[in-house]
Design a binder for this molecule. Structure first.
Ligand code: SF4
Length: 731
C-alpha cells in the first residue's frame, strides 16, 4: 500500500474515532469485519519517525500508529539529541492531536473582541477575507502596516516567513519567546566572538557548577542534559561527577546537586568573579588557557580587586568558607564546567553575570575540551535581540501603525503585560490567529485559521544547543489531519498565490515540497542525484544526522572584549513596601504555558511540591511563620505591577527573602483543561532592564505578601514533605 493511501485510510479511521468520541450514548469498538488489503493488520503497529517541536530542544520521536490512530510517542533512539529518551511534554504531544477543543475549521469573529463569539467559515472564504485586508495594504502602498508575530522559528519555516514578509513589503516580523536564550547568544558572542549557543559536555565532566541553569527541567535541551547528567553521575566506572548548584530557589536540578549555594538574587555574577579572583590568587588557573586567550594573571587580579572574599560573601549572603571551598574544588578538579542559566540572566546585571560564569570556564582551561564547553552544532545562526524588537513593535502598535497582525502562538498569555503588548494589540484593527486551540490570543482575533497539530504536520527542526553535530530533525504527518485545518506555512503560500505579483513567486506548490527542496540542498552533492531514495531514508530515520568532521572553530576570548563587571543589581519595588524577591520559573510541565491544555501535564505532580492542577506561591517556613501563613492559606502577592491571590506552599528550599511562583497557568482560553485554572504570574513582573541595553530582567521584581484566609484550594499528590526532607535543607 502506498504511504499516502495508508494515511488517508488511517486519517479517516482516526477522524471517525474522534467524532464518535464526542457523541454520547453507547459506543462500541468495532473491529475490521473485512480486513483491509495492502497490509493494515489490526493490532499491528507502524512506527513513524518525526520531531518534537514542543520546546526548542527539537528531540526526535517515534510515533506508534495502529489501525490508523497515533497511540504512543517515544524518543527516537537514533536521534543524537535525546537518544531514545523523552520528557513529559514530548509524551503529551499526543493529546494535542486528540484535544476535544481543537478549532475544527476557520472561524470569523461574530461578537465583541474577547467574547469568544465566532462563526465557522470555509477556507476559501477565510483566505479571501485575509487576502482582502492584505490587498488593501498593497493598494494603499502601506504594506509595512502588516505585523507577523511568531515564536522563535528555525529551519525552512524561517526561510518561508522571511521571504513572505520581504516580498510583501513589511520588515515587521517579531520572533519572540519569553524563554528564548537570546541572552546566552549575546553573552557568548561578547565573550568568545561567536554566534550561536554553547554546548556543554556534561557527560564527561567531573565537576559541574550550575549558576541557576535548570537543565533537568527546561534549560536549553533538558532531555539531552538530563541524560548527560545521568552519565556524569553514574555512567562511568570509577568517577562520579560532583555537582554544585547556585541559586536562591532549590529547583529539581538544584535538588539533584551535592551542594546547594542559595546566593542572594542578582549576586551570582559577583560570586563567579569572587571565585575567579581566588582561583587566580592561588595560582589554580590554567596557564595555557590564559596565554592562548591573551590574559595575564596579574592584570586580571588587579581588575578583580573589588571581588575579594569578604565583600563577595556579604553580597551573596554565603559563608566565605563555602565560596573558597567551591572555587578550589572547581579549579582543581579537571575537567570542570560552569553553566549560567535563566535565574542569573534575567537580573538587571544579567548579561555581565553570564559572562562572568563563562570566564570561569576560560580560567580553568576547559574551552573546546572533553568535559568542557564547545560551540553548539546547530544554532550558529539564530534570532537575537528579540526583546528589543518586541518593545519597538509594541510602540508601533500603540501608535496605531499596524492594520493587520498575523499571530502564531499565544503571546497574549506568554508576554508579560508590563511590556504593554496586550493593550497595544487591541489597537490593531484586524488580528489573525493561527492557533489550533482557542487560546488567549485567538480569543482576541478577528479571524482564526487553525493550524494542524504537530503530528499532522511537515517540518524541520534544528535542535537548540543539544549537540555538537549537525542535526536537522524532520517532522512528517503520521495521520491525515483530523479536522479541516491547514498548516501555517501552507496558508502563507496560499496567501502569496492569492496576492499574485512578486508575492506569488514561491517556486513550490506546497510546504512539503519546499521542505523537500531545502533538504535536497542540504544533503551532499552525491546524494542529490538519487534524492527520492535519500528523502525516504531521511524520513525513516527522522532527519539528517551528521557527526561533525574535523575541528570546528572553537571558543577563544573575543579580541578586545572587556572583562565582565556586573553592576549592583537593581529591583523594581521599594525594599520596605515590597520586601521579598519574586522568582517566576517555568514549570516542568507547562514551559511558557503551552503545556497547560494537555491533561496529562495538568495531572503531573510538580516534582518539588507535588501540587497538581493549580498555581501556588512558595514561601520559606521562617517567612511564613513570621507572617502567620500556613500551608494552603490563601495569600495575596502584590508587586508594583499587579496583584494576585494564590495558595501558599511552605517550602524550605527557598531563601527567606524570596518567593517563587511557577509559570504556565492562568489562561482565559486554551480549552477546557487550562481555562480559568491557576494564575499567570507574568502580570506581576515589572519592566526593568539591564540599563545599558534593552534586556528584560524578569527576576528583578519585588513583592509583598498579605494573608487573606486559611482556605486556599490546593491539591497535592502527596504531602510535600514526602518529596524533600526539610531537616536536610539548611538555609
Ligand atoms: S525537551 Fe522539548 S523537544 Fe525534547 S521532548 Fe521535551 S518538549 Fe519535546
Amino acid at each position: 500500500m502506498k504511504r499516502r493511501t495508508f494515511l488517508q485510510l488511517s486519517g479517516m479511521t482516526a477522524a471517525g474515532t474522534v467524532l464518535s468520541g464526542c457523541q454520547s450514548g453507547n459506543e462500541k469498538l468495532i473491529p475490521y469485519l473485512v480486513p483491509p488489503d495492502e497490509g493494515v493488520t489490526p493490532g499491528k503497529a507502524d512506527y513513524y519517525a518525526s520531531s518534537c517541536r514542543f520546546c526548542p530542544a527539537g528531540c526526535g520521536i517515534l510515533v506508534r500508529v495502529s489501525e490508523g490512530r497515533a497511540k504512543k510517542i517515544e524518543g527516537n533512539p537514533a536521534h543524537p539529541v535525546n537518544r531514545g529518551k523523552l520528557c513529559a511534554m514530548g509524551q503529551a504531544v499526543l493529546q494535542e492531536l486528540y484535544h476535544p477543543d481543537r478549532v475544527p475549521q476557520p472561524l470569523k469573529r461574530s461578537g465583541p473582541r474577547g467574547s469568544g463569539a465566532f462563526t465557522r467559515i470555509s477556507w476559501e472564504e477565510s483566505l479571501e477575507l485575509l487576502a482582502g485586508q492584505l490587498r488593501a495594504l498593497q493598494r494603499e502602498k502601506a504594506t509595512d502596516r502588516l505585523a507577523l508575530v511568531t515564536p522563535q522559528l528555525n529551519g525552512t519555516l524561517v526561510e518561508l516567513t522571511t521571504r513572505f514578509m520581504r516580498v510583501f513589503g513589511s520588515p515587521h516580523h517579531l520572533s519572540f519567546d519569553l524563554l528564548g536564550p537570546d541572552w546566552l547568544r549575546t553573552a557568548t558572542r561578547r565573550s568568545f566572538g561567536q554566534p550561536g549557543l554553547p554546548w556543554y559536555d556534561v557527560a564527561e565532566t567531573r565537576y559541574l557548577l550550575s549558576f541557576g541553569a535548570d537543565f533537568v527541567e527546561h534549560h536549553l535541551s533538558p532531555v539531552q542534559y538530563g541524560y548527560a547528567f545521568g552519565r556524569m553521575r553514574q555512567g562511568r566506572d570509577t568517577v562520579r561527577g560532583h555537582f554544585t548548584y547556585v541559586g536562591g530557589r532549590m529547583s529539581l536540578t538544584g535538588a539533584s546537586a551535592d551542594r546547594w549555594m542559595p546566593a542572594r538574587p542578582g549576586s551570582e555574577g559577583a560570586l563567579a568573579l569572587g571565585m575567579a579572583r581566588l582561583i587566580l590568587a592561588e595560582s589554580l588557573s590554567d596557564a595555557g588557557s590564559l596565554a592562548v586567550n591573551g590574559l595575564q594573571t596579574e592584570k586580571l587580579l588587579r581588575r578583580l580587586e573589588a571581588y575579594d572574599l569578604p565583600r563577595v560573601a556579604e553580597q551573596t549572603g554565603l559563608p566565605q568558607r563555602i565560596i573558597a571551598e567551591v572555587a578550589r574544588e572547581f579549579a582543581t578538579t579537571r575537567p570542570a564546567l560552569a553553566m549560567a542559566g535563566e535565574t542569573v540572566a534575567f537580573q538587571s546585571n544579567g548579561p555581565d553575570a553570564v559572562r562572568a560564569v563563562q570566564m570561569l570556564n576560560l580560567l580553568v582551561g576547559n574551552l573546546n575540551r572533553p568535559g568542557g564547553v564547545y560551540p553548539d552544532g546547530g544554532s550558529r545562526v539564530g534570532p537575537e535581540n528579540s526583546f528589543t524588537e518586541l518593545l519597538s513593535l509594541v510602540a508601533a502598535m500603540r501608535d496605531g501603525r499596524f492594520r493587520v497582525a498575523m499571530i502564531h502562538g499565544d503571546p497574549v498569555h506568554a508576554i508579560p503585560p508590563a511590556t504593554g503588548f496586550q493593550e497595544a494589540l487591541a489597537r490593531v484593527p484586524f488580528i489573525v490567529s493561527f492557533s489550533s486551540l482557542m487560546d488567549d490570543t485567538a480569543l482576541q482575533a478577528d479571524l482564526i485559521l487553525p493550524d494542524h497539530a504537530a503530528l499532522e504536520s511537515w517540518g524541520d527542526v534544528i535542535p537548540l544547543a543539544g549537540t555538537r553535530d549537525r542535526v536537522i530533525g524532520l517532522m512528517q504527518p503520521v495521520v491525515t489531519p483530523l479536522f479541516d485545518t491547514r498548516q501555517f506555512p501552507d496558508v502563507l503560500m496560499a496567501m502569496a498565490d492569492k496576492l499574485g505579483g512578486k508575492t506569488a513567486a514561491f517556486p513550490y506548490q506546497s510546504y512539503q515540497e519546499m521542505l523537500k527542496g531545502t533538504m535536497e540542498k542540504r544533503v551532499g552533492r552525491a546524494a542529490r542525484r538519487d534524492f527520492e531514495t535519500v528523502w525516504v531514508e531521511l524520513l525513516r530515520q527522522g532527519g539528517l544526522f551528521e557527526t561533525r568532521q574535523g575541528q570546528e572553530k572553537g571558543y577563544r576570548r573575543a579580541p578586545g572584549s572587556s572583562l565582565p563587571n556586573p553592576a549592583e543589581p537593581r529591583f523594581a519595588g521599594d525594599e520596605k513596601r515590597f520586601p521579598l524577591h519574586l522568582l517566576v520559573y517555568p514549570s516542568i510541565a507547562f514551559y511558557d504555558g503551552r503545556g497547560a491544555p494537555l491533561p496529562w501535564l495538568q495531572q503531573l505532580p510538580d516534582p518539588m511540591t507535588t501540587v497538581v492542577w493549580d498555581s501556588w506561591v512558595e514561601i520559606n517556613p521562617r517567612t511564613a511563620a513570621e507572617m502567620g501563613i500556613g500551608f494552603g492559606d490563601l495569600v495575596e502577592v502584590t508587586s508594583p505591577q499587579g496583584a494576585m491571590r494564590l495558595p501558599a506552599v511552605i517550602y524550605p528550599g527557598i531563601r527567606p527573602d524570596m518567593v517563587a511562583i511557577p509559570l504556565g497557568q492562568g489562561h482565559r482560553g486554551m480549552g477546557r483543561y487550562a481555562r480559568g485554572r491557576g494564575s499567570n504570574p507574568l502580570v506581576l513582573l515589572a519592566l526593568i532592564t539591564d540599563g545599558t541595553e534593552t534586556r528584560p530582567a524578569w527576576h528583578a521584581t519585588r513583592v509583598r505578601l498579605t494573608r487573606i484566609s486559611e482556605k486556599g484550594e490546593l491539591v497535592t499528590a502527596g504531602h510535600p514533605q514526602g518529596s524533600y526532607r526539610s531537616e536536610l535543607i539548611e538555609i
